[in-house]
Ligand binder design. Structure first.
Ligand code: SF4
Ligand code: ZN
Length: 313
């Protein structure tokens, strides 16, 4: 009979194929939270006195991270503020914003909601409608990622945050490693890790405390804790290369349960060598339009806007 490996409780909720561990609800929650707190210490992701800005979409990853970072806030280790970025994806983002608000109100965490529309005057849906037939149109995730990074950095400065935390999990990180390798973006690989190593010192340091937690366990954690989260998928996600790589990794994991861990471990060993050979020079430029960090005259977000203006998109 299956009983919890830690306390003997017969009501088990998970048998981890990667480690053989069997856990009941309470021991699963405790083990998962301990693992994340252990990684935060191990990689020195936060220091006492840090003000952390959490990117809170309302999805399972960021809601789990809100719970854990809030426990550090309650112990007076860090100060915490959450930001939800409304890209303007009709029929999808509205519910995420509502759930993010609900979770921060429950915990008493300061919450900001910022939108593409308010800052830039367009939604992601507007951009895709206007650019999809243009020859140099990019995938929605490319625009979305560039503008979201811009917002995280901007809000971090407005709030005086010393770290930006995002809910990237083990699946996301393994996908990034494979994608960049397969696309030959070796310089991007040198920037993957638990803590960002930006080329521009004006960027606030980004941390990924859930980097070693598989997506499935995060799903189980929020259900086990009875947290309200936004489970719907983004309508643009299915079209991406990342989604293809994600389903490839899921297929592999079904047969080889430790494959994501070994990919990550192998990559972490290789990274110092990659950095030595391929790391780019750091730069300290600022965008002449918005004042955010930039390697050239404009930051990436403002370069897109300028091109759309020139093309009268
Ligand atoms: Fe943005 Fe792509 Fe994520 Fe949708 S899937 S929220 S478009 S990055
Ligand atoms: Zn700019």
């Amino acid at each position: 009979m299956n009983v919890c490996s830690k306390c003997g409780n017969p009501h088990v909720i998970i048998k981890k194929k990667s480690s053989g561990q069997i856990l009941c609800r309470e021991c699963f929650i405790e083990t998962t939270e301990s693992k994340v707190l252990h990684d935060i210490r191990k990689y020195k992701l936060v220091e006492k006195g840090d003000k952390v800005l959490l990117g809170l979409s309302g999805g399972k990853d960021s809601v789990m991270l809100l719970e854990i970072l809030n426990s550090l806030k309650e112990r007076h280790v860090i100060d915490l503020v959450a930001v939800t970025i409304d890209e303007g994806i009709s029929g999808y983002r509205e519910d995420g914003v509502r759930i993010a608000k609900l979770n921060t109100e429950k915990l008493g965490v300061k919450h900001r909601i910022v939108s593409f529309k308010d800052y830039f005057g367009f939604t992601l849906d507007d951009v895709m409608k206007k650019t999809s037939d243009q020859p140099h149109s990019r995938h929605p995730c490319t625009y979305c990622g560039v503008f979201r990074r811009w917002f995280l950095n901007r809000v971090a400065k407005e709030e005086g945050a010393t770290k930006i935390a995002t809910g990237h999990n083990l699946n996301d990180e393994t996908e990034s490693i494979l994608m960049n390798y397969l696309e030959g973006n070796i310089q991007n690989l040198t920037r993957i890790g638990p803590k960002s190593e930006s080329r521009n010192e004006r960027f606030t340091v980004k941390i990924k405390p859930l980097r070693e937690i598989p997506e499935k366990e995060i799903g189980l954690y929020v259900v086990a804790k009875g947290l309200e989260v936004h489970f719907a998928g983004c309508p643009y996600a299915g079209e991406s290369f990342r989604a293809e790589i994600g389903s490839f990794i899921n297929d592999l994991t079904a047969k080889h349960p430790t494959i994501m861990y070994s990919t990550l471990r192998g990559f972490d060993k290789m990274k110092p060598v990659l950095k030595k050979e391929f790391a780019e020079e750091s730069h300290t430029g600022i965008c002449e339009n918005c004042g955010e960090p930039a390697s050239g005259r404009l930051c990436k977000a403002c370069s897109f806007v300028e091109r759309w203006d020139e093309d009268k998109v």
